[in-house]
Design a protein around this ligand. Structure first.
Ligand code: IMP
Length: 497
């Protein structure tokens, strides 16, 4: 590959580069930006429709960001500065947002009276009125729907007396598209899924399925059940959290540490891979030998980035780390051998940094600062100096370390008292950017334009074809607007990044 020569030459002189040091060479192209395919993956089995992932930070990703990112084709990693239960409930909010498959439908027993069922419905504040009816062996025997309740004259009747016994069912594992077909053909508003013992293991509701089918689901990042893809951060040996997340059907967990190339993380990774059926992305690392150890221990994805983050002081406080573009290239070289995708985490400032990260070898980019000022990020808008802002802070900032065990764990400071905390991040403000979809629109189109210039129709082609050139300080000055007083900033460019 063309870029190998470039990076190997740099390595010969022990030079490591980052985004502002390089640009991609443009080349012959038959590709129009709107023809490119941005599909990629975050881990071995978790796909992305756009290669952008929001960071597991308490000022970036909770359920609102997770939902919005997945609706736009990306992915949000829900942070872990909260109790396992709270985090799992946020994952559930993402998973059930589209309600494609209800995997634990509320059933009623055939002997319950209509009064009892209506009371339960009111007490639990259920907004739906379709209930599969089961016998004492938990087997499906009928279904109660809105009509049955409306036309029932005697509410002391048992469910079995008024339920509809002719139920169209489908087998466990039926996919959304097939369910839509069955319901449309049979004119049924619900479709219970049953296992071999006739127990109800799921249910589709026509109006939800139809909404998913009609609402251009091609853009949504969904799983085989039509649910949005969700990701969550976990700590080391964080098994209670892991199990609650798996119960809520999280698609991928991220072992989230500042330094993943440690005995503890590697042993923990092996244990999770041995005992649980879940994709595990591990990070962060910045050296190829570290990536190799994680790959050998069973990682399904590797997160690269030690010190590039916009709120990060690790390189200054601890003196370690590698400029990000070289780190991405060197780790990807190893990860590719094992068929494991690399996610380039941190340090991106403009949309043009996305094709650079991918060109260097990443399958996706993780953003904190570039998504933090959006409406969907946690936190309120702050008014200051006549402008609107939102808080953005490092997970290793004093505030985050003081407030949350999750942060102290990420920075390996659990045994320290709160007075002795060593920060590796800062706390700050980002200009309020409005809704996420407008921001992502700009990033995605910046990436597409980059791919058009290089002449690549998909992400893999960009990874293979990208060729780099090193730019000087004056080259960088020339790249930005210069010798002009900017009177109007476009939505995709600001001096502040
Ligand atoms: P950004 O996109 O450049 O703002 O970087 C975000 C990334 O920085 C996150 O995904 C983390 O990997 C990393 N990070 C978050 N908090 C801290 C911190 O306090 N110190 C160092 N790195 C951090």
């Amino acid at each position: 590959m063309k870029k190998d020569d470039f990076f190997q030459k740099m390595e010969e002189f022990k030079i490591a580069l980052t985004f502002d040091d390089v640009r991609l060479k443009s080349g012959y192209s038959e590709i129009m930006p709107d023809q490119v395919d941005l599909q990629s993956k975050f881990s071995k089995n978790v796909h992305l429709k756009i290669p952008i992932v929001s960071a597991a930070m308490d000022t970036v990703t909770e359920h609102k960001m997770g939902i919005a990112m997945a609706l736009l084709g990306g992915l949000g990693v829900i942070h872990k500065n909260m109790s396992p239960r709270e985090q799992a409930s946020k994952v559930a909010k993402v998973k059930y947002y589209l309600n494609g498959l209800i995997d634990k439908p509320i059933c009623v027993n055939q002997k319950q009276t209509i009064t009892e069922i209506l009371e339960m419905r009111e007490k639990k504040e259920y907004s739906f009125s379709t209930f599969p009816v089961i016998n004492d062996k938990n087997q499906l025997v009928g279904i109660l729907s809105q009509n049955d309740f409306e036309f029932c004259r005697d509410n002391s009747a048992q469910a079995k007396e008024i339920m509809s016994k002719k139920v169209v069912i489908a087998s466990e594992g039926t996919r959304l598209e097939k369910a839509y077909e069955i319901m449309a053909k049979n004119k049924k508003k619900t479709l219970p899924l049953v296992n071999k013992n006739k127990e109800v293991v799921g249910m589709y509701v026509f109006k939800d399925v139809q909404r998913i089918m009609m609402n251009n689901p091609a853009e949504y990042n969904t799983d085989d059940n039509g649910q949005l893809i969700a990701a969550a951060a976990i700590g080391v040996n964080d098994f209670e959290r892991l199990e609650l997340l798996i119960q809520e059907k999280v698609n991928v967990v991220v072992i989230d540490t500042a330094h993943a190339d440690t005995k503890l993380v590697i042993e923990n990774l092996k244990e999770i891979k041995k005992n649980y059926n879940i994709d595990v992305v591990v990070g962060n690392v910045s050296e190829p030998e570290s990536a190799e150890r994680l790959a050998k221990a069973g990682a399904d994805g590797i997160k690269v980035g030690q010190g590039p983050g916009s709120i990060c002081t690790t390189r200054i406080i601890a003196g370690i780390g590698s400029p990000q573009v070289s780190a991405i290239y060197r780790c990807s070289q190893v990860a590719d051998k094992y068929g494991i995708p690399v996610c380039a985490d941190g340090g991106l400032r403009y949309s043009g940094d996305i094709p650079i990260a991918i060109g260097a070898g990443a399958f996706s980019v993780m953003m904190g600062g570039m998504l933090s000022g959006t409406k969907e990020a946690p936190g309120d808008i702050i008014f200051r100096d006549g402008r609107q802002w939102k808080s953005y802070r490092g997970m290793g900032s004093i505030g985050a370390l003081k407030e949350h065990k999750g942060s102290r764990e990420r920075y390996n400071q659990l045994p320290l008292s709160k007075k002795e905390l060593i920060a590796e991040g800062v706390e700050g403000l980002k200009l309020y950017k409005g809704r996420l979809n407008e921001v992502i629109f700009q990033y995605v189109n910046g990436l597409k334009r980059g791919m058009g210039y290089v002449g690549c129709s998909n992400i893999e082609e960009l990874r293979q074809k990208a060729d780099f050139i090193r730019i000087s300080g004056s080259g960088k000055t020339e790249s930005h607007p210069h010798d002009v007083l900017i009177t109007r900033e476009p939505p995709n460019y600001s001096i502040d990044g």
